[in-house]
Write a protein that binds this ligand. Structure first.
Ligand code: WTA
Length: 641
């Protein structure tokens, strides 16, 4: 069974693409007609990129959870919506049908209401990958509260910054989370984040690991107690209901913080209608989802991939989505393959870093698995190298599964450039062609459009698609400056790309000061700020370098006024500081102590030189004559780690 808006072959792709550029409003109006609206739109699109002001399905009313849940109940209430695989394979799995999901989301929406949460309130969610995380996210959406999910790898300080930025009054968390052989004490991190906080009114704590936790009277409540009470409120005569809050198409749905090239992470805001239509449309088309398929996206819901392709996209398409609590290498490196055989997974969507890491464990962990249910493979988050692509294609896809290399960003909400499985051809290391509605161009440094093929440049998008970022929370000007001001009337992605003779795009990586470490975005400025907070550090500069598994590693050059104990201990101390300030995910892989940094006479650090040294490419460092003190380069080069 397919979907009315599902593209089935290359000709249909061409026709859809043509229509989407010639008549975007007609095109997206048609796609959107297959969703459930409380009130239809007055106008499909109103926009300008200069403010920016982008309104899709203007005037329409809806609630995304009615699309993701309620409308499926009559025909497929017993179909699994979420299949949950616990961290420990010995533990019982949980299958959440659409009926059950409806009940739990209604219950949690009632809990939020009981605690005083109203439309527009910000709710921060810091949980492990348990079904309750899905209930929390969707429960927020049901009452119109704006969720802000924070990945479990961020520190108390990072959470505190995000709570402050979003002025969040509510938190949903767990006592702890299981990840491989580790228990992560989430509630205790939240407690640290809340020291001195006067804004947060309630913290809802779900019991997962039964780790002892402090529960402050009046502020902290147990999930289980609240849910039990709410159950009696939402269930009458065996019928469950909790009326969804009517939302305007452009009301914010969620905030998700992400790193940029400057300052602190910014809260990317997505709105209800456009995000819903675009994530469902791309889910169905890129993966060529068929109604009985089992879809397994291995991302964490703390990142955009989890939001769009574990929850919202699949659920609004009425799909079955596998949610995995653990990690790919525990109890052993065959875990993904076990899960695929166990649930007969048809679509696997993962990150190149996971593929490279599993490659490193050898084929022994793949052997003994059938993997014959797989039809489609996908990758996301970073460029995939040839070797990993072929390993994935041959050993996991057995040479018969197309690989969709999906390029997109937190800010784009959904996939923008990708082949469609079995519909348009894949090409190793290429994201290939833009999806319908997406108008990519390459520009040079001066914003001049680079026409033709076999060219490369900075990747920009010319026309809005439905799930484009609407604003950065609390600071619209920052949104304009970051994405819409580098080149007038274009959305600038921050990525470099090339285009081959057939118009296929290959994403080559960031052209700004953003690193992509294991598919996670980290701003160099953010890491430098954290390092500079360490006592004794005078200055630091952070760059990326090629890393076999992570894609990019973090290389830090640090000027230190005196080393406390020995150098290695000082390195450990600095890592602790970074862990405290940002979280373990931002820890530098290498720290080189230096006496000076290569600076221009105006005081700007020449990162190009530092990058080259970190990459081990020290033959030709380019022009160093503009440096204040060319001598530091030699010192840095000779001390390279
Ligand atoms: C990179 C993740 C190459 C890119 C969805 C982008 C990719 C950043 C690909 C966004 C891909 C994502 N090929 N690079 N298929 N997908 N990227 O916001 O640099 O976590 O700008 O969103 O990841 O990362 P984010």
């Amino acid at each position: 069974m397919s979907y009315p808006y599902q593209i089935k072959n290359a000709e249909e792709y061409k026709a859809a693409y043509k229509k989407s550029t010639e008549d975007p409003e007609g095109f997206w109006g048609e796609v959107a007609s297959h969703f459930q609206w409380r009130k239809p739109w007055d106008k499909v699109l109103d926009w300008n990129f200069s403010e920016p002001k982008i309104e899709w399905f203007k005037g329409a009313k809806l609630n995304i959870t009615e699309n993701c849940i309620d409308r499926h109940l009559a025909t497929m209430g017993d179909k699994p919506a979420i299949i949950w695989e616990p961290n420990n394979p010995e533990e019982r799995t949980r299958v959440v049908t659409y009926n059950r999901l409806h009940k739990r989301v209604c219950q949690f929406a009632q809990v939020l209401t009981n605690l005083g949460v109203k439309k527009g309130d910000r709710v921060c969610i810091y949980m492990g990958m348990v079904p309750e995380l899905a209930y929390a996210v969707l429960g927020c959406a049901r009452v119109g509260a704006i969720h802000s999910v924070i990945f479990g790898g961020f520190s108390a300080q990072s959470i505190a910054d995000r709570l402050y930025d979003a002025n969040a009054e509510y938190i949903v968390t767990c006592d702890g989370a299981y990840r491989g052989n580790k228990d992560i004490p989430l509630k205790s991190v939240i407690d640290d984040a809340l020291i001195g906080n006067r804004t947060v009114k309630k913290v809802i704590v779900y019991t997962r690991t039964r780790t002892p936790v402090s529960m402050l009277k009046g502020r902290d409540v147990w999930w289980e107690d609240e849910m039990e009470h709410a159950e009696q409120q939402v269930e009458k005569d065996g019928k469950v209901s909790f009326p969804a809050t009517e939302m305007d198409a452009e009301d914010p749905l969620f905030i998700l913080y992400t790193s940029g090239s400057t300052g602190k992470p910014k809260g990317v805001v997505h709105s209800c209608a456009g995000y819903m239509v675009y994530t469902a449309y791309t889910f169905v088309n890129v993966f060529q989802y068929q109604k009985e398929d089992i879809h397994f996206c291995t991302a964490d819901i703390g990142w955009i991939t989890g939001h769009s392709y574990i929850l919202y996209g699949p659920l609004s398409a009425g799909a079955t989505s596998v949610m995995f609590e653990g990690i790919p290498t525990w109890p052993d490196a065959g875990r993904f393959w076990d899960i695929i055989d166990k649930y007969k997974v048809n679509i696997l969507y993962t990150a190149p870093t996971a593929i490279r890491s599993l490659m490193g464990f050898g084929l022994g962990h793949v052997h003994g698995h059938k993997l014959d249910s797989l039809k489609v493979l996908g990758t996301v988050g970073e460029p995939i190298n040839q070797e990993a692509w072929h390993w994935y294609h041959e050993n996991i896809g057995k040479g018969k599964c197309p690989i969709v290399d999906t390029w997109w960003q937190t800010e784009t909400g959904g996939i923008l450039i990708s082949n469609m499985a079995g519909v348009t051809p894949d090409k190793p290391t290429y994201a290939t062609l833009p999806l319908p509605g997406v108008d990519p161009i390459l520009v040079d440094e001066n914003g001049k459009i680079i026409e033709g093929n076999n060219v490369s440049g900075n990747l920009c998008i010319r026309h809005p698609w439905p799930s484009v970022i609407r604003t950065t929370y609390g600071d619209h000007e920052r949104c304009r400056l970051n994405y819409f001001s580098a080149y007038p009337n274009l959305y600038f992605t921050g990525d470099g790309a090339s285009r081959d003779e057939n118009g296929n795009y290959r994403i080559t990586g960031r052209v700004d000061d953003v690193l992509n470490v294991s598919g996670h975005r980290i701003g160099t400025a953010e890491v430098e700020n954290a390092i500079n907070m360490h006592a004794g550090v005078v200055e630091s500069a952070v760059v990326g370098y090629p890393h076999d598994i992570k894609g990019q590693g973090v290389y830090a050059y640090v000027i230190y006024d005196h080393v406390h104990g020995d150098e290695n201990l000082t390195r450990q101390d600095i890592l602790q500081t970074v862990t405290r300030v940002i979280g373990p995910i931002a820890k530098p892989d290498k720290i080189q102590f230096v006496k000076g940094l290569p600076k221009t006479r105006s005081g700007k650090i020449m990162r190009r030189i530092l990058r080259k040294i970190a990459e081990g490419d020290t033959g030709n460092l380019g022009d160093t004559t503009t440096l204040l003190d060319p001598g530091v380069v030699e010192e840095i080069r000779s001390g390279k780690l």
